[in-house]
Design a protein around this ligand. Structure first.
Ligand code: NAD
Length: 304
């Protein structure tokens, strides 16, 4: 197999578990030198443990790959700078950033606390900004680089009890698009993956009713490694013309997402009153309304 990432240096955040670990392993297998970044937090973001990162490093070493560990958090400006600096210190450059670190604080909206909101936004949205921004200085100087950010169908489509997470994950889509626009002039690319995987994040999905149990059984067949080939491809020079896009790997399927555009309009020469909107605009626009769907309503067939 050709080494698609030969000579490149990659940072994979949250690479001590789940999807990030599999991406780090495949990137190292494709010739990249990898910084395994992970604080080793619990699912809700508490605690620090270097063991998950060490386990990923051991697997990469067994496969003959090269990696180093950085246990600084993505969630502050200063610590994110250290993550990028560790790539410079160990390997002398940075070519790939995979913003994958994440936590969950699920809560029905009317009970969501400011702490639950802030914690999730800090790791996912601000963390993706901090690490991306720290790498951008180097990307600009060397006139190359790529970003792969983990979004989620919870943001792109919707889900119950995840206002904090959904807002962060759709925010990451806008962050990625903005980076793609601002940094195209430097030969830098930025894309999103909305992954699907059975991991400890999806392990919190309730499996009480027979229907829920069946759903969980389906999801369990989607191992985290199914997301790695797309991340490797997007990070590689083979994807030189791919930027500002959103993809989903779902077991053996790959999807590309639409991005918001006006889909129907109505014009009135004299302008609008609220009453006129009710009378004319609402009936005209209603056929184009989006259904109040969750991810599972859209992905309504078994993963194949
Ligand atoms: P996971 O919980 O298995 O792994 C996430 C890792 O991030 C953990 O090892 C954790 O220690 C680390 N982390 C947490 N906070 C950190 C911080 N501040 N700095 C550095 N590392 C930190 O999760 P996963 O299921 O593999 O998910 C990976 C990414 O994919 C996340 O961004 C998640 O939102 C996204 N995602 C996952 C799924 C899925 O089906 N599993 C679906 C949609 C999106």
């Amino acid at each position: 197999m050709p080494n698609m990432l030969e000579g490149k240096v990659a940072i994979v955040t949250g690479a001590g578990n789940g999807i990030g670990r599999e991406i780090a392993i495949m990137m190292a297998g494709q010739g990249a030198k990898v910084i395994i970044n992970d604080v080793g937090a619990s699912l809700s973001g508490e605690g620090l443990d270097a063991t998950p990162a060490q386990q990923t490093k051991a697997i990469i070493a067994q496969n003959g790959g090269t990696s180093e560990i950085c246990t600084d958090s993505v969630a502050t400006w200063a610590s994110a700078q250290k993550i990028v600096q560790s790539a410079m210190d160990h390997f002398g450059r940075i070519d790939i950033v995979v913003n994958n670190a994440g936590i969950l604080r699920d809560q029905i909206f009317h009970r969501m606390t400011p702490e639950e909101w802030d914690a999730v936004i800090a790791v996912h949205l601000s963390g993706s900004f901090y690490v991306s921004r720290a790498a951008a200085t180097h990307y600009r100087a060397q006139q190359s680089g790529s970003y792969v950010h983990m979004s989620s169908t919870s943001g792109l489509i919707g889900n119950f009890g995840q206002a904090n997470y959904s807002a962060a994950k759709l925010g990451i889509v806008a962050l990625s698009k903005s980076i793609a626009l601002d940094m195209a002039r430097f030969g830098v690319r930025s894309n999103c993956i909305a992954p699907f995987a059975w991991s400890r994040m999806t392990g919190s999905i309730p499996a009480e009713t027979p229907e829920q149990k069946r759903r969980v059984e389906r999801i369990m067949r989607m191992t985290p490694d199914k997301n790695a080939p797309l991340a490797v491809f997007l990070a590689s020079d083979a994807a030189k013309d791919v930027t500002g896009q959103i993809f989903s790997p779902r077991m053996n399927e790959i999807f590309i997402y639409s991005q918001s555009r006006p889909i129907r309009g109505i014009h009135r020469g004299e302008g609008w009153t609220p009453e006129m909107i009710e009378e004319y605009a609402l009936p005209a626009l209603k056929p184009a309304f989006s259904a109040l769907e969750r991810s599972g309503d859209v992905f309504c067939w078994d993963p194949v």
